[in-house]
Design a protein around this ligand. Structure first.
Ligand code: NA7
Length: 546
């Protein structure tokens, strides 16, 4: 694997032996939390596996990588000078632009001096007597902390496919989530790419332009809508900046915490006639409204009939774009639209009209093995110079469970979550005092604009720590009954929707052996209100002690 990995020999600064808080991860969550905890006067150390800040945007450097939420919304709101000063260039910014933003924030708030880079946390053990966490790094350093905050990200534990012969391949391999920092030149090469989620959908058109030949191995066809990306209109940008706080506040009232420039639909797709329905989908398709395509009607993710109308619209677009009926057939998805995250693309379906691109439908001809020279399906062997794995992540729990976290009585988190993740509000776990998860399972996280969810969690956690200090409490821990009830609520909310109907990573269905539990909470505004109310009611559902 040509992954850019941290140098296991080196970390950049000495590790303190004792702090108020250890934060794991220096993506947007860890960075903002560090800033907040400093303001509270809490000593904090952040551990980060990469060589710099940025998290997701540090690792996922594959060609075409960009965010699917508009830049003016996908950015911090906590500092008005920051939001006024930073000038986003693109509507849907690329990975380099977002990474530049993260670096700008790190410099602006002098964050790096409390971040230990090139360092993974190996284990964290709660000590009942001292009521502290003992955190150990892969380098053998140990630090004692009162609070442990996992800012490890929802999509940070990458996944290779379980295909026989993977290790036997002699060519070069890449995973989209560990892209070499120096980039890859595919000119003149025969490239194979497995996976057609967001990472595949974004990278395929760019790789196809460079490679001599690109063979795409598709297991589930993707629904994707055109991003219609471009430079931000300076007038438009100035207009939003002039009323930024209102823009942010209205976004926070949207179900997914963005998209406020288009009022949320209050109509069912079945309330209007076919012509009006199509016109609404067409408008969103032409405008490049991205994930808001699903919001064309209020029941697209609830009613199978309404969903089918949106799905059929995209299928008709595929037939229009791809003249070869066999290729169009292979590209056509039949699952519920939006059940797996909708993708945003630039020329994705069009790419399959190119003479140097071949689409292999793994439902017709499954992969038998990866061989030393390529990929063998039931139809024959494809000789390849390199293979790109766009095969996704062990989402939401992967990054937490690969650390040996042990709570009260030495209980491993792996054991506590053996039947799927159990949290209270996606913020705390019963049996694990003073442990917080930012955008953890059980919170809206990946179903929202992550920046809004991150800020909401960081603010809540920092306020909570401040409250504990003011009230003289030593620990906070989710109560078992509150957690049980919350798990039921998360499931019930998902059960109202069509989300549980397909094999998505929201359910953990992409990881063999992972218990299927719908992990994110559906509906940001209701969730945020609940968190506020819990805090106002003296952290109801948590046990505060000492
Ligand atoms: P995703 O969305 O999990 O996509 C992974 C893709 O890889 C998906 O098409 C999978 O097919 C495919 N895959 C996984 N394992 C295999 C095997 N064994 N054989 C063939 N194909 C396989 O990850 P991404 O990185 O694209 O995107 C993750 C999120 O990042 C995205 O939702 C955005 O929020 C940003 P499957 O669908 O499981 O049949």
């Amino acid at each position: 694997m040509s992954a850019s990995v941290a140098d296991p020999q080196a970390h950049t600064r000495p590790v303190p032996s004792s702090v108020d808080a250890v934060v794991v991860g220096a993506g947007f969550s860890g960075m903002y939390l560090l800033h907040k905890l400093r303001a509270l006067g809490l000593s904090t150390v952040v551990f980060e596996a990469g060589t710099d800040v940025g998290g997701t945007w540090y690792w996922n450097r594959y060609p075409g990588a960009r965010v699917d939420v508009e830049s003016l919304a996908y950015s911090y709101s906590f500092d008005s000078d920051l939001e006024q000063d930073f000038e986003w260039q693109e509507r849907y910014p690329t990975q380099p632009e977002i990474l530049r933003y993260a670096q700008h924030v790190a410099e602006r708030f002098d964050l790096r001096k409390d971040i230990v880079f090139r360092t993974r946390v190996a284990s964290a053990q709660y000590d009942e007597d001292s009521r502290t966490w003992k955190v150990r790094t892969e380098h053998g350093d140990a630090v004692t902390a009162r609070f442990l905050v996992m800012a490890t990200g929802c999509l940070s534990s990458s996944k290779l496919p379980e295909i026989p012969g993977l290790e036997s391949y002699k060519g070069t391999t890449y995973h989209t989530a560990h892209w070499p920092h120096e980039g890859v030149d595919f000119t003149g090469l025969r490239v194979g790419l497995i996976g057609t989620g967001s990472s595949g959908v974004q990278s395929i058109p760019v790789i196809a332009e460079q490679a001599a030949e690109l063979v795409v191995f598709q297991r589930t066809p993707a629904y994707t809508v055109p991003a219609r990306n471009g430079p931000l209109d300076p007038d438009e940008r100035a207009k939003i900046k002039a009323e930024y706080s209102t823009f942010r506040a209205t976004n926070r009232q949207m179900p997914a915490a963005f998209g406020s420039r288009l009022p949320a639909s209050d109509r069912s797709a079945l309330e209007v006639d076919a012509e009006e329905r199509r016109a609404e989908y067409e408008y969103r398709w032409q405008k490049g409204l991205g994930l808001a395509f699903i919001g064309a009607f209020n029941d697209v993710l609830i009613s199978p009939e309404s969903n089918e109308s949106a799905a059929e619209f995209v299928r008709s677009k595929i037939r229009d774009i791809v003249p070869d009926p066999e290729v169009a057939r292979k590209l056509t998805p039949h699952q519920v639209i939006g059940c797996k995250r909708l993708c945003l693309d630039t020329g994705y379906y069009e790419t399959f009209n190119r003479p140097n691109v071949e689409l292999v439908d793994l439902r017709d001809t499954p992969i038998e093995a990866i061989t030393p020279t390529g990929i063998r399906t039931t139809e024959g062997e494809h000789e390849l110079d390199c293979i790109v794995y766009a095969t996704g992540f062990d989402a939401m729990t992967g990054a937490l469970l690969r650390i040996d976290i042990r709570g009260r009585d030495g209980l491993p988190l792996q054991e506590a979550w053996a039947a799927g993740p159990r949290t209270y509000l996606g913020l705390g776990v019963a049996g694990f005092p003073n442990l917080f998860t930012i955008t953890g399972p059980g919170s809206p996280s990946v179903l929202t604009n992550m920046m809004v969810s991150i800020e909401q969690h960081v603010n809540w956690i920092a306020d909570c720590m401040d409250h504990l200090r003011r009230q003289g409490h030593r620990t906070i821990e989710a109560s078992e009954p509150a957690q049980d009830l919350w798990v039921e609520i998360v499931n019930a909310m998902a059960g109202i929707t069509l989300f549980p109907t397909c094999n998505s990573w929201y359910l953990g269905a992409n990881v063999p052996g992972k218990t299927r539990v719908f992990m994110p909470f559906v509906g940001f505004p209701m969730y945020a209100e609940k968190c506020t109310q819990v805090a106002q009611d003296g952290y109801e559902g948590f046990v505060l002690s000492g």
